[in-house]
Each structure stands twice: as structure tokens, then as C-alpha cells.
Design a protein around this ligand. Structure first.
Ligand code: SF4
Ligand code: SF4
Length: 299
């Protein structure tokens, strides 16, 4: 297995940034805030555990009160800053895939030109990252999270059902090869452009726990700076799967730590989250009101 030589403590490499980003720094987690702009309506791949929806209360990714039009983003951020002046990060993390449409880039461009002091952040499955990462850097995005749940094709197919790429829906080994190659190319390019990269991996008990260390070693070699091992929230095709117990999760994180700094305080935030993640107060209801019923296209 590839092994990164002695991972450098995260603050030594991007301390100025990490100390202000609640999801790249345990230190900032309890005092800096982030707002997610729920602008991404659709997705270009199918993770078997993904269940997106509209409501006001479910605490997990992929859920939002409403879809936000990119043109409304900077107005929303202005109101959010009044409610929560500790906001340091504006990000896009759903409810669908950030780079499946141009909505996230359009929204972040508008917000970062009006509020250049905010850190622009984006979560992606990586499929379109090579095509859009230069643009992200240009508009001022500085941190990116790439979700990588499997790399070997046999395990990949247990976690992912399909991808849609260049107008074609693909499954199996071909799909696995294309997504993993895009993730690698995107992470390397992001690193080369000076972005700070975090890799997120959803830990699915009995499916990908033996992949976790390999993903960490690979991510470190590609230039990622830290990794977030997220316990499965059972839903959709994986509704009957168990949640990883504390021991399984801790074991996975210890393996990751051989290669990369581990971020341990992820809160499974909603796509419309707004506030300081580690302080437990969220302003999304004040910003968005009640959930509106809308329909997702699943790409
Ligand atoms: Fe859901 Fe994200 Fe996977 Fe798309 S990439 S299917 S939005 S979890
Ligand atoms: Fe941060 Fe985790 Fe919330 Fe993303 S889901 S904003 S990484 S705490």
C-alpha cells in the first residue's frame, strides 16, 4: 500500500485558512460559522445510500427546506451575516451534486464578489471536478471536499449504482474507472491551483471498511490535506444497513491517521445549514422559512 511519509500537521500547511474554516479545523468548529447555499437541484451519479428531500427537520445531508435560485444567493448571505456575524465560510453541499449544473459556480461567484472576505467552499462527488476546478479557483473558491466512497471496482459497485457522463448513463467497471479517474485528476489539479482539499468517505459497514486506508493513502498522494470518515446514515437502497458502531468508526479513523489528518467533528449538516456547526445553533429556519414541496430530478 502507498504510504505518505509522516503526515504534516494540518495547521503547518494551511493554518491561516484552517483556523477560520469550521470543517477543516477542530479549533474553528466551535467558533466559526458556515452557510450552505442549497442551489444544486440534481445529481450526475447514484450513491445507493442517497435520499434527498425537502423538509424542515431531518438532520442529514441532501435535505433542504427549498432550492435556492443562484441569483438569490448573495441576498441570502447578506441576511445570514446579520443573523450570524461569525460566518467565515460560504459553501455549496447539495442537495444534489454541486458540479452537475452551473448553479453552484454561479451562486458562489456572485457571493464571493460581494463578500470577498468569506472562504468559498464546495463539496462534490468529483465527476465534473476536472472540467470545473479552474473556474472554481478563478472565482475564489479555496477549499473543496471530494467524496470518495470506494476505489476498487467490486466495492465501488456495491456503493454506487451508476454515473451519467457526457450524456451517457454508465454502470459497472467502466463507471467506476471514469469516476475514480476524475476524482484523482480533480484533486491533483485542485491542489496544483492552491485549493485545500478534504476527502469525505462514507463508511458503510460490511462494504467499504477495508477500502478506507487505501483511500486515505491514495488521497494523501494526490495532495489532499485531510479526511473525514462519515458514518453511514442508512437510507434508500441501504436503509437496512447498520450504522457503524463507535469501534468500527474509530478503527477506520486510526487507519486514516497513518496517512492524513482526520477531521472528527462532522455534524452531517443539511444542504441549507447556517451557523456555527460546533455551537449547535442553526439559522436556516430564519432564512428559508418552512419547507416547500418540490420535485428532484435524479439526473
Ligand atoms: Fe446523493 Fe451526493 Fe451521491 Fe449525488 S453524489 S447521489 S447527491 S450522495
Ligand atoms: Fe462541516 Fe460536516 Fe457539516 Fe460539511 S457536513 S459543513 S464537513 S460539519
Amino acid at each position: 500500500m502507498m504510504r505518505a511519509a509522516n503526515p504534516v500537521p494540518v495547521y503547518e500547511r494551511f493554518g491561516h485558512l484552517a483556523r477560520r474554516h469550521p470543517c477543516f479545523s477542530e479549533e474553528a468548529h466551535g467558533r466559526s460559522g458556515r452557510i450552505h447555499l442549497p442551489v444544486s437541484p440534481t445529481c450526475n451519479i447514484r450513491c445507493r445510500f442517497c435520499e434527498r428531500g425537502f423538509d424542515s427537520s431531518t438532520l442529514r445531508p441532501g435535505v433542504t427546506r427549498q432550492l435556492l435560485a443562484p441569483g438569490m444567493a448573495s441576498q441570502l448571505v447578506a441576511r445570514a451575516l446579520d443573523l450570524c456575524p461569525e460566518l467565515t465560510v460560504v459553501g455549496v453541499a447539495g442537495p444534489g451534486e454541486s458540479l452537475a449544473t452551473s448553479h453552484a459556480v454561479d451562486a458562489l461567484e456572485a457571493v464571493l464578489s460581494r463578500f470577498p472576505g468569506l472562504i468559498g467552499c464546495l463539496s462534490t462527488n468529483g465527476l465534473n471536478l476536472p472540467a470545473r476546478v479552474d473556474r472554481l479557483a478563478e472565482i475564489g473558491v479555496r477549499t473543496v471536499s471530494v467524496t470518495v466512497n470506494a476505489r476498487t471496482p467490486a466495492i465501488w459497485q456495491k456503493v454506487y449504482a451508476w454515473i451519467r457522463y457526457r450524456g451517457r448513463k454508465m454502470t459497472g467497471q467502466e463507471a467506476a474507472r471514469i469516476l475514480t479517474a476524475a476524482q484523482e485528476q480533480g484533486i491533483r489539479r485542485a491542489k496544483g491551483l492552491g485549493l485545500v482539499v478534504k476527502v469525505n468517505t462514507v463508511l458503510v459497514p460490511g462494504v467499504n471498511e477495508d477500502e478506507i486506508e487505501g483511500i486515505a493513502a491514495w488521497a494523501a498522494c494526490c495532495g489532499a490535506s485531510l479526511m473525514n470518515v462519515i458514518p453511514l446514515v442508512p437510507a434508500a437502497e441501504m436503509a437496512q444497513f447498520p450504522v457503524p458502531d463507535c469501534q468500527t468508526l474509530e478503527q477506520a479513523r486510526r487507519l486514516v491517521e497513518k496517512h492524513l489528518t482526520v477531521f472528527r467533528h462532522c455534524k452531517h449538516c443539511r444542504a441549507d445549514a447556517c451557523g456555527i456547526p460546533g455551537a449547535g445553533r442553526d439559522f436556516a429556519a430564519d432564512l428559508h422559512g418552512e419547507a416547500r414541496q418540490e420535485t428532484f430530478s435524479h439526473g
